[in-house]
Design a protein around this ligand. Structure first.
Ligand code: ADP
Ligand code: MG
Length: 609
């Protein structure tokens, strides 16, 4: 039989490679902008027509190319940026694969004009589907202009796959913003269908951020700055007061390359802990500088993920740095700074045996019912911590302690019938605090933390004492996750099933669930799972209980009522009642103080000064 193996013709190979490099017009934008930066341009112009489907053109004033290089630049693996494989470990340029121009030229009509500074005359080159259709000398300014027309003209299926102009434009603007933010010293402009979108002159980072996101962001920017042996951190975060309900402007750059990192994002979010209502997101523009040898950028050309050698240290440094900045600007409660995470071990798990439930809280317990003679010895335990916290005199018999919510302080009496006093005894302030008076003091309760504590103990009870309630779903739910996240879920399968998740299938790109915990509303399912995954990645819990606890904490946090939610009187009272029937009403599951109290005696002293 005849030999059947053939080498693919170059243009076919290039088309296949193009599939990887060029997904959409925004990919072309990224590659061309990066080439212009590598060419040391100080002024870069981006012209777009019809969301880049018909034209993406980048004009720079960089070093330009010789006639030979102009032709060479479209060959596959043609690059001026590395000479040996070792160079990629010490890379200071954006590109190095020498694939971008070859790929783009395989699937579009490209026109290149370029001239080096010391040359009289420049070159023009036209290529269509990898074929050079014209090469001539031309008079052109110093630098390079590359126009990419009719993207995917020769692959109709790919062209049809492009999204609406609005979507493709959004992608282009995203790429433009990332590159422009990473290089504030370079002037950039963007025109779409001849209309000016951005005109950014060479400036500093703060000016660049306001140049892109508008002057209003200026007052919100809080600088971050830290230099350690591992990493240098600069940039800005935003004052939590201005956080966004939608994911805000969030940018990480590593050695001036935009990167995506859920892991590092989590570090920033952690630094904001307690400052943001749930569902709110900080904006940030954080630049990391690390030794190029400690990062792995040798990954898929279009991927923005990056692998740091010292990822967990960098996580900790980012978290501390952001927290410090927020604190310096008097934004975060300073008290919280030195909090020791080791303190967060849940009281119930410290010596817990995996099989033996140790918690028994009745979440429906209502202290007001106690005065209607529904005694419960269990619940009196729950009052203990409050009792100690408020430092009631020790002569008082524990079993006699009641809580009263008093409207009239002067008539306060330890043993008054509470039932007469519960109407309107609470007040919500700033949709954030519940103010009330309990026994001999005024208490101010942070609503979100209180609810987090209540949910945490309820969930803990459900899981350790009762059987987890799983809700079967009629149609299995498919959720997409990155490969490594599926791995996390798989590793944690047992714990997740303990709390009511039922997995039908683990795939490489997601999971299929046929049961979910009854406590999680469907619309919060994905967010909850994402949070759980992130926290597990962070926590490194080694045992079953550590994991389970981390999951429950996450759920409590994700599902708790946020700051900003208005609560009616009934809900306020409910929250107070449930909080103070918790085992540990003083601290949230992550160790934050839930309420403060001011003894009336102390209050009175203040008036005597
Ligand atoms: P890479 O950037 O990975 O080297 P590209 O295919 O993007 O590969 O570009 C190939 C080569 O073409 C580059 O290495 C560079 O020498 C040259 N080049 C591309 N764009 C420009 C530009 N705007 N100015 C000067 N040279 C350029
Ligand atoms: Mg390149």
């Amino acid at each position: 039989m005849a030999d059947i193996i053939q080498l693919l013709p170059d243009h076919v190979a290039n088309q296949i490679a193009a599939g990887e490099v060029v997904q959409r017009p925004a990919s072309v934008v990224k590659e061309l902008l990066e080439n212009a930066i590598d060419a040391k341009a100080t002024n870069i112009k981006l012209l777009i027509k019809d969301a880049g489907k018909n034209l993406v053109q980048v004009i720079d004033n960089g070093i330009g190319m010789s006639q030979t290089d102009a032709r060479m630049s479209f060959e596959r693996h043609a690059t001026s940026k590395i000479k040996s494989a070792l160079d990629i470990y010490d890379l200071h340029t954006k590109g190095f694969r020498g694939e971008a121009l070859a790929s783009i030229a395989a699937i579009a009509q490209v026109e290149l004009k370029t001239k080096q500074e010391n040359q009289e005359i420049g070159s023009v080159l036209k290529i269509e589907g990898s074929k050079i259709v014209l090469q001539e000398v031309i008079s052109t300014p110093k630098g390079t202009s590359i126009a990419v027309k009719n993207l995917f003209f020769n692959i109709p299926a790919r062209r049809n796959f492009l999204k609406s102009n609005a979507v493709e434009t959004r992608h282009i603007i995203d790429e433009f913003q990332r590159v422009a933010l990473a290089h504030p010293n370079i002037a950039f402009s963007l025109y779409h269908n001849d209309a000016e979108v951005y005109q950014l002159k060479s400036e500093n980072l703060r000016q660049r951020i306001t140049g892109i996101f508008g002057d209003r962001i200026n007052d919100k920017l809080v600088p971050v700055n830290e230099t350690t042996e591992l990493v240098k951190i600069t940039g800005f975060v935003t004052n939590p007061k201005f956080s966004k309900k939608k994911r805000g402007e969030q940018f990480f750059f590593a050695n001036n390359r935009f990167i995506k990192s859920n892991y590092l994002n989590h570090a920033v979010v952690k630094a904001y802990e307690g400052l943001l209502g749930s569902g709110y997101h900080p904006s940030y523009f954080i630049f990391l500088e690390v030794n190029p040898q400690t990062i792995d950028i040798n990954i898929h050309p279009t991927k923005t993920e990056i692998k740091f050698e010292n990822e967990s240290d960098i996580y900790a440094i980012i978290r501390a740095t952001v927290k410090h900045s927020l604190g310096q600007y008097n934004i975060a409660p300073l008290l919280d700074f030195n909090r020791d995470d080791a303190m967060d071990v849940p009281y119930s798990y410290k010596n817990a045996d995996k099989k033996t439930p140790t918690i028994s809280v009745n979440p429906d317990f209502n202290p007001f019912e106690r005065s209607k003679n529904v005694p419960s010895s269990k619940s009196s335990d729950s009052w203990e911590s409050l009792y100690i916290e408020t430092q009631l005199s020790s002569e008082v018999d524990l079993n006699q302690i009641e809580v009263s919510l008093e409207s009239n302080i002067s008539q306060a009496s330890l043993f008054d019938d509470i039932n007469e006093q519960i109407a309107n005894k609470t007040l919500q302030v700033q949709r954030k605090y519940i103010v009330s008076s309990i026994k001999n003091s005024l208490v101010v309760i942070k609503q979100n933390l209180a609810h987090e504590r209540i949910l945490y103990e309820e969930l803990l009870t459900k899981i350790t004492v009762e059987d987890a309630v799983s809700q079967q779903v009629l149609i299995p739910i498919e959720i997409d996750f990155a490969k490594q996240d599926v791995a996390v879920l798989f590793e944690t399968k047992q714990e997740l099933e303990n709390i009511g998740f039922q997995f039908k299938e683990f795939r490489s790109d997601g999971v299929i669930l046929d049961g979910i915990p009854a406590t999680i509303p469907q619309d919060k399912l994905v967010a909850t799972l994402e949070e759980i995954i992130e926290n597990i990645k962070m926590d490194n819990a080694e045992d079953h209980f550590g994991l389970l606890d981390s999951i429950i904490k996450t759920m409590a946090k994700t599902l708790s009522i946020p700051i900003g939610k208005q609560l009616n009187t009934k809900e306020q009272e409910d929250l107070i009642n449930k909080l103070f029937s918790c085992k540990e009403p003083n601290y949230s599951p992550s160790g934050k103080q839930i309420f403060i109290n001011l003894a009336f005696d102390d209050l009175e002293q203040k008036f005597k000064k």
